[in-house]
Design a protein around this ligand. Sequence first.
Ligand SMILES: NC(=O)c1ccc[n+]([C@@H]2O[C@H](COP(=O)([O-])OP(=O)(O)OC[C@H]3O[C@@H](n4cnc5c(N)ncnc54)[C@H](O)[C@@H]3O)[C@@H](O)[C@H]2O)c1
Length: 292
Amino acid sequence: MDRLKGKVAVITGGCSGIGLGTVERFVEEGARVLVGDLDDAAGAALAARFDGEVVYRHCDVTDVTQIKALMDEAGSRFGGVDILFNNAGAGGAPNRFEDMTAEAWDSVHALLVRSVALGITYAIPHMKARGGGSVINTASIAGTQAGYGPVAYSTAKAAVIHLTRVAAADLARDRIRVNAICPGLILTNIFTPASVVPPGMATMIKQTMAQSAPNTQPIEKPGLPVDIANAALFFASDESAFVTGTHLMVDGGLFVGPRNSWDPEMRAERTRLMEERRAAFVAAQVEDAQSS
Ligand SMILES: NC(=O)c1ccc[n+]([C@@H]2O[C@H](COP(=O)([O-])OP(=O)(O)OC[C@H]3O[C@@H](n4cnc5c(N)ncnc54)[C@H](O)[C@@H]3O)[C@@H](O)[C@H]2O)c1
C-alpha cells in the first residue's frame, strides 16, 4: 500500500486509459499526483474524486511553455518531482510514406517525442530538489516492430525508446533514472477517439478487441491500463533503484515467437497435417513396392 509514500508524481495524459490507471495505482500506493491533460472536464472530476491527492492542470504537451508550467507547479505546490510519467499520446496522423506531409510528421513527433524530451528537461531542477527521481516514458510495441501503428507514430515510439537510453546515461549521476514501457494492445480510448468514433461503436470495438485477445497474444486476457500501471509502479518505486535505460515490454507475450509456438490449436493442426503427409508418403511407398 505504501510503495510510493511521500512521493510526488507528474503524469501526463492522466485523464484516460493508461494514464488514468496509473493515477489510480499511484494514489493507492501513497503518492500525490499532478495530472497534465487536455480534458479539463475529466481532470476536474479526477481532482474531485481524489480530493487533495490529485491536482489537475490543463497542459498541452505539444506546447513547451505549458510543459514547463506543469513541472513548475509540481515544484511550487509539492516541493519537487520524484516521478515523471511522460505518457500523453494519440495515434496521430495515419499517413503512409507515400502521402506523408511535413505537418503530419511534425505534429506526431511533437506530441510523442519532443514532449518527452522537454518533459524531462523541465522536470530536472525539480527532481534535483528532491535528490533525484524516476522518469518513465510510454513507448510502444510499435516502436520495436513494424505493423503495430501508423508510420509517424511507430517511428516516434522508436525514438522514445532510444531517448530513454540517452537520457538515462545523461542523468545517472544526477540520481535520475529513466526507463520506458512498451505497452502491447491495451483496451483504452486510443483506438476510438471520440472526435471520430461514436460511443456505441467505441464499445463494440473494445468488446471485439477483448474477445480477440486469445487469438492475438500468448496471454489470453486483454491488456488493461492496470497492467501498464503496475509496470510504471515498479519503475516509480525504489524497488527499481538499480534499473535505468531499459524498456519493458508489457504485451502479453506478443513477441515471444510465431503463433504456432504458443497456440495449442495451431500446434495440434500442424501435428495433424504432418501426420497426414507422413501417412500419405508411407501409403505411396507401399503402393510403389506392390506395383514393382
Ligand atoms: N492503448 C494501447 O494499446 C497503447 C499501446 C502502446 C502505447 N500506447 C501509448 O500509451 C499512451 C496513453 O494512451 P492510452 O492508450 O491510454 O490512450 P487514451 O486515449 O485513453 O489516453 C490518452 C490521454 O492523453 C491525453 N492527451 C492527448 N493529447 C494530449 C496533449 N497534446 N497534451 C496532453 N494530453 C494529451 C488525452 O486527453 C488522454 O487523456 C500513449 O502515449 C500511447 O501512444 C497505448
